[in-house]
Design a protein around this ligand. Sequence first.
Ligand code: GTR
Length: 409
Amino acid sequence: MAISPEAKRYTALFLTASFASLASFAQGAKGIPEPAGVPELMETFGGEKVDSVAKWEKVRRPEILKCFEEQCFGVRPEAVRDGKRISYKIRETNDVLGGKAVREVVDATYSGPCGDYVFTFVSMRPKAKKPVPVFLNFFLEKGDLAALTAAPDYSDPRWPFADIIARGFATVAISKMAIAPDDSATCFKKSIFPCVEPLSARTKSSWAAISSWAWGNSRVMDWIESRPDVFDAKHVAVVGHSRGGKTALWTGATDTRFAMVCSVQSGCGGAKLNHVKLPKSEHISQITKGFTHWFCKNYLKWRGKEFEMPFDQHMLAALVAPRLLVISSASLDSWAGQPGEWWTAKLAGPAWELYGKKGLEADAYPPVDTPQFGGSVGYFVRTGKHSITPYEWARYMDFAEKHGWKGEK
Ligand code: GTR
């Protein structure tokens, strides 16, 4: 994948910002900036109070979803709204991890109005006697699936499948590259997009990369559901780091079959609240310059207008209710705006309360490496920099087990 000069500048900016504030949040709770003017979660855009599950599910949830579609991630064309145009073929099956697990490489074919599109994903499951929960890894693998599919013993700390299998869970990984390449030059050309509709049909609210990646996650979910003999489709988590974390949130928002969503350092456009001043963090003006292909064009109009936005990321997070949600940050990752991520977790809580559940059970920003896992919304900040590590994976499995997910070896 060619990296544009713009993207290189952007990466440099990102690194500088991260290192400039090493100390900012290492010491914990006190002194995190307070948000101002946050849009009311439990009030409709028309000003009506939302005080019941019925009102939430019939009015507020759909209008928030529509708002994020039209203003942020884009609206999907009719021809990708369901999984009906897809077929799956297992290309390869191997025994892995000394015979403890089975690996399958799956080719999915989407037959669109404008052409066929084939994408591949990889599944690893323990040789268990009953169906097991699944952790879907939306993976930021850059090599167009080469590493994922090349060798059965492939290993990567960002996808510690041996640890996942050891706890009796299955895991499936799909690369962002499988659905749409991550650069504005080719994203809409050499991808799922032209098989769905002609490029000339695109408008300011058309779906973009993040929406297409989330769509891919849902198609993996279809496949998981089609294998009730081995997978427990009622317990599937979607995990994603950074741009993958934004994708994980949008996956959970648009597809309620996912029982758990894990957003890892997803920052701007993901879990970072906009209505809070965090000068060292990424803002909409920056993200839409470096990564125009992630969002719909309407999103550009919010550049520099964060405090005027009638919607914010706590509303996106609330779309996951009443299911499980973990938002996590890294101590050195101020570019992702850690306190803004905590505020999103906190302010989404009333959606869980409607269902008689608890959101984030915490009143202050936590010290590092101290998960706040009391409610159905969890939060933690890991010591270290912007990445997903086995630490994150272990915490997500802890959270799942705490909520009754059972592995089986
Ligand atoms: C950064 C970008 C973030 C984040 C990240 C990533 O450069 O500014 O929004 O998504 O990349 O995906 O690693």
